[in-house]
Design a protein around this ligand. Structure first.
Ligand SMILES: [Zn+2]
Ligand SMILES: [Zn+2]
Ligand SMILES: [Zn+2]
Length: 261
């Protein structure tokens, strides 16, 4: 069955354009040099699965005309992936349904700590769900799980010393905020045709793959296409897209591609 992946955001933690910067990328008129904070949307039929809910979430949902979601999968609780959580209220107040929200037990412990009011205000004094806060149905996951019959596999990754999740759905793997793929995760990537990879910039970084490392991982995984994301203002689309390895595409907001589920 055909499925679609859409880059809701493709930028690094500070986004591009970056505040207080007037470099040629940050002032570029080419929309492919615009990167809101990294996030992805997987669409399979009527099912919509969002990966991460960063601080640009509201604008991303409006831009892509998304009015409902079936699940949110969190990679890790850094601000640039989590801080738009409250914007999910705009969907649940409308759907009047709890929205399933998946991540690792460790990640979800941070979510409960950072967004304690969402738990505290979940019910009215009468015991009804309170729609003024996002109504999330949290699921701790360490094994593959199903969303409307679609299998989602958490992929353990390292982001510096932090343990994060990527996610696999069908022939797609989303590997963002990653500086090392543990050996035990590679078998879970067998048969992947499309891999979204953290690539940041050309220069190395302690907690992210750079473009060259992402290209090496692309070859090691054996996918057909790599989509390079979490980009900084060091990347000028027109110039750098010509420099990446064959099969690799620099991501930009709104870019989408098809894969199989
Ligand atoms: Zn990030
Ligand atoms: Zn800049
Ligand atoms: Zn991160």
């Amino acid at each position: 069955m055909k499925a679609t992946f859409t880059f809701m955001g493709s930028g690094t933690s500070r986004g591009v354009p970056m505040l207080c910067c007037d470099c040629e990328v940050c002032t570029s008129k080419d929309p492919r040099n615009n990167h809101t904070r990294s996030s992805g949307l997987i669409t399979v039929g009527d099912t919509k699965i969002l990966i991460d809910c960063g601080p640009d979430l509201r604008n991303q949902l409006i831009r892509e005309h998304i009015t409902r979601l079936d699940a949110v999968c969190l990679t890790h609780p850094h601000c640039d992936h989590l801080d738009g959580l409250d914007d999910l209220q705009g969907l649940t107040v409308y759907s009047r349904e709890e929205l399933p929200f998946y991540s690792s037990p460790t990640n979800l412990a941070v979510v409960h700590q950072r967004f304690g009011y969402v738990d505290q205000l979940k019910y009215t004094p009468d015991g009804a769900l309170r729609w003024s806060v996002p109504q999330l149905d949290y699921h701790e996951v360490t094994e593959p799980f199903q969303v409307n019959g679609i299998t989602v596999t958490p992929l353990p990754l390292f982001h510096g010393r932090a343990a994060t999740y990527g996610y696999r759905v069908g022939s797609l793997a989303y590997v963002c905020d990653c500086s090392r793929i543990p050996e035990e995760t590679y078998p879970m990537l067998e048969g992947v045709t499309d891999v979204v990879l953290d690539a940041l910039r050309w220069k190395e970084h302690p907690t992210h793959f750079n473009i060259l490392q992402a290209e090496d991982e692309f070859k090691k995984i054996g996918a057909k296409r790599a989509w390079l994301t979490h980009l900084t203002h060091d990347i000028l689309y027109e110039r750098d897209q010509q420099c990446v390895a064959p099969g690799c595409t620099l991501a930009y907001d709104g870019l989408s591609f098809d894969f199989e589920v």
